[in-house]
Design a binder for this molecule. Sequence first.
Ligand code: SF4
Length: 309
Amino acid sequence: MGILRNEFSWSKSRNETFQSCPRRYWFHYYGSWGGWDWQSDSRTRQIYVLKQLHNRFAWIGVKVHKVLEELLHQLKKSKSLPSYQSVAENLQNRLRQDYRDSRDANYRVRPKRFMGLVEHEYQLPVNNEEWRALAHQAQTCVKNFYQLPLLNQLKNLDPSEWLELEELNSFQIDGCKIWVSLDACYRSDSQIVLLDWKTGKSEKADHSLQMGIYAMYALEKWGIQPNHILLKEFFLTTGKTREHEGKSLNLERVQKYVTNSIQQMLTLLSRPEQNQADESDFGFTEDMAQCTQCNFRKLCPKWHSGDSE
Ligand code: SF4
């Protein structure tokens, strides 16, 4: 294997991290680099371990997405699904195992192998009732998935009509790699339908940037114009669905937003051509709410002055 290089790229989640706190962004995309190596210095290793942690809500999202990905692969292959009961049981077992792994801090030794939760690392007070409610929320998501009328249509798709299922792909904007991962995507007549699973309780998500990026990707990959794209959002905790048509998109505005975000990130680099970043060039958020849910709080100089600056 050649030498790994930390290459600059952009994604919607990278932008969200950057906007939430520049220092958190530095920890995530620069400070953690190389921390997979046991021989890296101890701070880098610690940052790398903390980077892999999820908060309890993101954890539920990851687990439900994984289950749905497996189910859709099965549906594509065999045109049928296992019983909801067996899937629900399996999900419950996975959640229990993750919870035990996290509580026992197994992630500190193998952070990529074992689930680690911010709540355990920082000993945040979450009572049993709340943990049970989260597990119930995950089950509800899968139950609502099983009740989607869309499943009948998906069952009848020809394998060639399936385009992507949770694959990590990329395209370019102004020479910069843009990462995209579609939950599911298929062709229906002359249209491309993108499915987006939402596992949280909020229905307020702004879809325009996400959909704009998907549309630019679809245009480059399949030559599909935005007016032939349909985004379907599924709010799996409530069973509600929302549709957005691509014809209302302003791709010029989306491209401008992405280019501007890339520029903001590059401006902070000490050597942009080598993607090198100095920690002290990345400021701290003033929003306390960000800090209370931040993976890196125990290493952040804002809270431990003199640690690294
Ligand atoms: S603890 Fe706060 S200031 Fe420090 S990296 Fe996290 S969000 Fe930023």
